[in-house]
Design a protein around this ligand. Structure first.
Ligand code: AMP
Length: 120
């Protein structure tokens, strides 16, 4: 999918709209989801213009990929949910149910979560 520079996470990265930031480094930004589905619900996004996990894994550098996945673990530990466990999800494309077309990993924790995929 061609990257849409007007998507809402691109606007957050540009500072055009605010976010509740929890973590940032040269490659990654993480902020709280505006509609949390668990006591802790954070979105981790790469700073590069990647529309989804397919685009990222095809085009991103080894450094970007390593930094992104490392940040997911760092954020979970920073937020105190790693010991009890948590779930990471990345919806990819139409069948994945992706709504915002900038790659993001959801980190969900702070309570026991239900089944991985709800019946349709
Ligand atoms: P997805 O369906 O995987 O694309 O998830 C998009 C997520 O972005 C949803 O969980 C939304 O609640 C979240 N979201 C949308 N707009 C914002 C925003 N401005 N700040 C934080 N989270 C947002």
């Amino acid at each position: 999918m061609a990257y849409d520079p007007d998507n809402i996470f691109a606007k957050i990265l540009r500072g055009d709209i605010p976010c509740d930031k929890v973590y940032e480094n040269d490659h990654v930004l993480a902020f709280r989801d505006i509609n949390p589905q668990a006591p802790t619900h954070i979105l981790v996004i790469p700073k590069g213009a990647y529309s989804d996990a397919d685009d990222f894994t095809a085009r991103a550098s080894q450094e970007e990929i390593a930094a992104f996945f490392k940040a997911v673990g760092d954020v979970a530990r920073q937020e105190g949910i790693a010991d009890q466990g948590y779930r990471i999800i990345s919806n990819c494309g139409h069948n994945g149910g992706q709504e915002v077309p900038h790659l993001h990993i959801h980190i969900l924790g702070g309570r026991r979560l239900g089944r991985m995929v709800a019946a349709a």
